[in-house]
Design a protein around this ligand. Structure first.
Ligand SMILES: Cc1cc2nc3c(=O)[nH]c(=O)nc-3n(C[C@H](O)[C@H](O)[C@H](O)COP(=O)(O)O)c2cc1C
Length: 305
């Protein structure tokens, strides 16, 4: 087992499909995320060198340390994909928590939580075949048992998204599960679910004793949250961004997507909504964005807010 690194801050960016691309990750890093991750990538597709998945795995030295998250049910392909990513990534994370029908129907993600022997086999084989740390992301179902199996099989840290598979992303996260997992394993435990600001971050650390906090939805369109929470944990003060700064971050994101050649009109529209959420005029902007077809128009609308 290769040890999980000591990170510079308590805050980790959650892997998020269609959100955590290289441009967004660089912004989160700039604002103080100590570890970032790709979105979930198919081990089967990566192992057959599928171009779309390899493009999603685009990374830059600037964002180190970075995790590549894999999902799959075929141990051989998971090993192959993990070995392929070893050169560019610092951590391989395996997804045992995704509740989406598409992933569950392949027997991957949270479907594996029912197959403890398979989890053991995957963690053992992958960790034995790579030189970088392997981590796992799990949910509430049998969390203590699964975490212990993963630790024994060679995982170097465990992320607990404290919701059940049935809950998906709704309802309250049960932080007690994170606490229980922490009491039962020696490897670092990353708590995840419902951290949205400094106060909730501090509360999760206190209530669960977790080693790190993973932030998902509250970071969407809001990479500044990492600075905000780090500052709160240090000083107890909740700092805020101005409207102008939020809009500047949107254009900073767009600039990076162009730099890394991952820009698309669709993404620019969606992120315009995310980055301006809660600002005056953002509702009207949403309606107008639906009609526009060029980036120049999007730019004009966002600048006009
Ligand atoms: C849009 C979106 C995409 C997500 N994609 C992934 C993913 O690719 N891999 C993963 O492990 N979890 C994924 N998740 C789950 C998050 O990583 C996280 O566990 C969840 O949002 C709970 O954290 P939060 O309460 O801070 O949002 C996704 C969540 C959202 C909202």
């Amino acid at each position: 087992m290769t040890k999980f690194p000591v990170l510079e801050s308590k805050l980790i960016l959650a892997p998020m499909h269609n959100i955590t691309n290289v441009a967004f990750r660089i912004m989160c890093k700039k604002y103080g995320a100590s570890l970032v991750s790709t979105e979930l990538l198919s081990a089967n597709a990566v192992s057959r060198e599928d171009n779309l998945n390899l493009k999603l795995a685009l990374t830059d030295k600037k964002e180190k340390p970075i995790a590549a998250q894999l999902f799959g049910q075929n141990t051989e392909n998971l090993v192959k994909a993990a070995r392929k990513f070893e050169a560019d990534f610092d951590i391989i994370d395996i997804n045992f928590g995704c509740p989406s029908k598409k992933i569950l129907s392949q027997g991957a993600g949270a479907a594996l939580l029912k197959r403890k022997n398979k989890i053991k086999e995957i963690v053992k084989e992958v960790s034995n075949n790579i030189k970088i740390p392997l981590t796992v992301k799990i949910r509430n179902e049998d969390a203590i048992e699964v975490a212990k199996i993963c630790e024994k099989a060679g995982a170097s840290a465990v992320t607990v998204h404290a919701r059940s598979v049935k809950q998906g992303y709704s309802g309250k996260a049960d932080w007690n599960v994170i606490k229980k997992v922490k009491e039962n394993v020696k490897i670092p435990v990353i708590g995840n679910g419902d951290v949205v600001d400094g106060k909730s971050a501090e509360r999760m650390l206190k209530e669960t004793n977790c080693d790190y906090i993973m932030i998902g939805r509250a970071a969407i369109g809001n990479p500044f949250i990492f600075k905000q929470i780090n500052e709160y944990l240090k000083t107890g003060k909740e700092i805020r961004q101005t409207k102008k700064e939020k809009i500047e971050d949107y254009f900073g994101y767009i600039k990076l997507t162009k730099e890394y050649k991952i820009f698309s009109i669709n993404d620019a529209k969606l992120k315009a909504q995310d980055f301006t959420k809660g600002l005056s005029g953002s509702r009207e902007l949403r309606g107008k964005l639906n009609m526009v077809k060029s980036y120049e128009k999007i730019e004009k609308l966002v600048k006009g807010l």
